[in-house]
Design a protein around this ligand. Sequence first.
Ligand code: SD4
Length: 334
Amino acid sequence: MTDRRQFLQAGLLAAGALSLPAMRAGAASAPGARVVSTWDFGVPANQAAWPVLARGGTALDAVETGARWAESELCNPTVGHCGNPDRDGVLTLDASIMDGDGRCGSVAALEDILHPISVARRVMEKTPHVMLVGEGAQQFAIAEGFEKKRLLTPQAEKAWRDWLKTAEYKPEINAERRGQPGNKDNHDTIGMLAIDAQGRLAGACTTSGMAWKMHGRVGDSPIIGAGLYVDNEVGAATASGVGEEMIRNAASFLVVELMRQGRSPMDACREAIDRVVRKRPEASKNLQVCFLALNKHGEVGAFALHRGFVYAVCDAGKREDLRESGSVYTTTQS
Ligand code: SD4
């Protein structure tokens, strides 16, 4: 005779066997799914990604979709086709993508290809490598069927010519330009993290990098562990701001590892920001660094060096949730 414990176990297994496909088929509301993104344009980017999650799609497809939206639809000086060029007037794009089982791909210093995030995904899926840069990344993209076209906009070219008059490399603290959360002048790198209805995590990060950077400079965004890190066992993190600081601190990896030790997403981001300050206390007064994290339970947190970092959260309950992170400094550039 089946004892009570066996019966319960059999019942749970049967329920699980039934509920998983049922959840997949009927994932219209995707109860556990959530997507979060940096900055106020994260709201429409999340909305571009959300339908993928709502129909039970993967976190990986969702973040690629959201990042592609930003690369082509968003016109700002730090992402995609409207990005500002380097100091030689060349627009170079960096992007990375990662999913929670450790698969990842990235491209750096890619020219004249509209969707670096999708090239990064192809690197992940179709090559034995993680990262392709410059000419090699472009050759690979073209071989994969991506169209080559000049991306520099007349506005970006004009901004570069204006910059040449002083030619001073002094990255601004974004908060100073932005003023209030929701300010339409917002512009920065997009980092997007998602968890899908099956509890899988993924992240994407795409940018034109720091305006007026040296030709050949690579920021944190395409570097796995710096601008992006994802681990299904723990959570995911991404970054925005002056990438050299993220690279110095392997910062997105650090945030994930702090969550692994039991920190909440916000505490982990705050500790990583403290690390940036401790390493370079003087420099950190004049540059912006921001972290955004999502743990495997769907909890979100963010922290920045300077006030003004906003991030967008989207799930079945709320599609337009824009929040401001905490910060070390409440004032902006000194
Ligand atoms: C970089 N982190 O290239 C990127 C740029 C960025 O505000 O976030 N800009 O360093």
